[in-house]
Design a protein around this ligand. Structure first.
Ligand code: HAM
Length: 417
């Protein structure tokens, strides 16, 4: 075999697609109830869109972006996540002029050049949501409740919702000083990247995946202990609203996000059944990003669910797609012509119908009908053609019903069943 999918990418074959549809349909239904509208964004953006928002010293920007020059010499990047693209579109199309909150969702592929492993891909799919224009924590609690409802309705159980606050521009200098004084005394124990980030952006050291760095930063002060008055109040209000909505959650003061744009609320949902890549969804508030993208100061909050992380958790409990409503087994050329015509007529009436094309024996055609899980089978031979009568066989109940060999009568018969 000459060609294969690239490392970290995967084909999603028809046999797996019913799980994808199940998740997407459930999510769409719940987004509707909460007033979220779909937005479809390009997969390719100017590289700057991501550098500015995700942060120059983040792992994503430093190591994981698929960046290249297009034929016009522009630096473009395959989106590593949806929020930056979304905010670009939100500002470009002045969506902030609509009454707040403006609520959006998207589904689609993201690209990160990470080391592939179980549940970690270089192309992966996210379902994301963003709520704009409101800084009241009711919207924070509401979006976390919506996420919990989506994951619950998909059939996920045993999830852990962790929440924290990572402060704002006002509290960050104080926290930065506290963190630098903790890390400074042991900087030689950290990797080269972390040592470089110590001055540029020490908060990123908390997100480094190198085992010795994870070990060395144990005991570092949590941001939660260094919040300004406004952020503390915001966090307390978030917790009381989560309690009001009865969203189960735990406060994790050490929760770190890999993207720089977050302010105040940050959260992550994890499953203990996924090993080291345990985050099935994550998100948070980003109150400065619209402003930084040239729009009016507008708060925002959102999340993204990782499809490849939730599919393994539910795929055994989602039923497979049923087969065609009807399968014709024609015997001989004249029967095949008739079956061909009826197939087309019944399809335009809304049934899923298949016929056999290759003149094989009845036995092998019946085997095929079983293989594709056909709901009903009709055999057409010379006798049936002559009398214009057939037997419709229900493949589940084995019940047999006779009918004229006409689209209208067959349609009524199959729809009634
Ligand atoms: P994120 O935490 O980078 O956040 O990604 C969200 C989710 O995408 C993760 O929890 C995980 O389930 C999935 N994911 C991330 N990387 C991979 C990968 N390499 N392979 C498979 N799944 C992966 C964001 O992307 C933010 N844009 C979320 C957000 C929306 N924040 C505010 N609004």
């Amino acid at each position: 075999m000459k060609y294969k999918t690239l490392k970290g990418l995967q084909d999603i074959l028809p046999a797996e697609i019913s799980v994808w549809h199940h998740i997407e349909n459930r999510a769409r239904g719940i987004f509707r109830n909460y007033g979220y509208q779909e937005i479809r964004l390009p997969i390719l953006e100017s590289t700057d869109v991501f550098i500015r928002s995700i942060g120059e010293t983040s792992d994503i920007v430093e190591k994981e972006m698929y960046t290249f020059q297009d034929k016009g010499g522009r630096s473009v990047t395959l989106r590593p996540e949806g929020t930056a693209s979304f905010v670009r579109a939100y500002v470009e199309h002045h969506l902030y002029n609509e009454p707040a909150p403006q609520k959006f969702y998207y589904m689609g592929p993201m690209f990160r050049y990470e080391r592939p492993q179980a549940f970690r891909y270089r192309q992966f799919y996210q379902i994301g949501a963003e709520a704009m224009g409101i800084d009241d924590t009711k919207i924070d609690a509401e979006i976390i409740a919506m996420l919990s409802n989506i994951l619950g309705s998909i059939g996920l159980t045993g999830l852990n919702f962790e929440v924290t606050s990572i402060g704002c521009k006002k509290c960050r200098p104080d926290y930065r000083t506290a963190l630098k004084s903790f890390l400074g005394s042991r900087l030689d124990k950290f990797c080269g990247d972390c040592q470089r980030r110590y001055d540029a952006n020490p908060l990123r050291i908390l997100d480094c995946k190198v085992p010795s760095c994870i070990e060395s930063r144990k005991g570092s002060p949590p941001v939660l202990d260094h919040l300004c008055g406004e952020c503390r109040e915001h966090f307390e209000s978030l917790i009381s609203h989560l309690e009001l909505l009865e969203v189960p959650h735990t406060v994790n003061p050490n929760l770190v996000r890999g993207l720089d744009y977050y302010t105040k609320t940050a959260f992550e949902v994890s499953s203990k059944n996924l090993g080291s890549q345990s985050a099935v969804a994550a998100g948070g508030r980003y109150d400065s990003m619209v402003d930084e993208f040239g729009g009016p100061p507008t708060p925002g909050i959102g999340f993204a669910i990782g499809m490849e992380r939730i599919i393994p958790l539910i795929k055994d409990s989602v039923g497979v797609t049923a087969g065609p409503d009807l399968f014709f087994c024609p015997l001989g050329a004249a029967a095949a012509e008739k079956a061909f015509l009826l197939t087309e007529q019944l399809r335009t009436e809304g049934l899923w119908v298949e016929t056999n094309y290759d003149g094989t024996s009845l036995r092998s055609q019946m085997r095929k009908a079983n293989r594709i899980s056909a709901g009903n089978v009709i055999v057409i031979g010379d006798e049936e053609l002559k009398n214009n009568k057939i037997i419709l066989k229900n493949m589940t109940t084995r019940e047999e019903t006779s009918s004229a060999l006409e689209a209208k009568e067959l349609l009524n018969l199959i729809i009634r069943k």
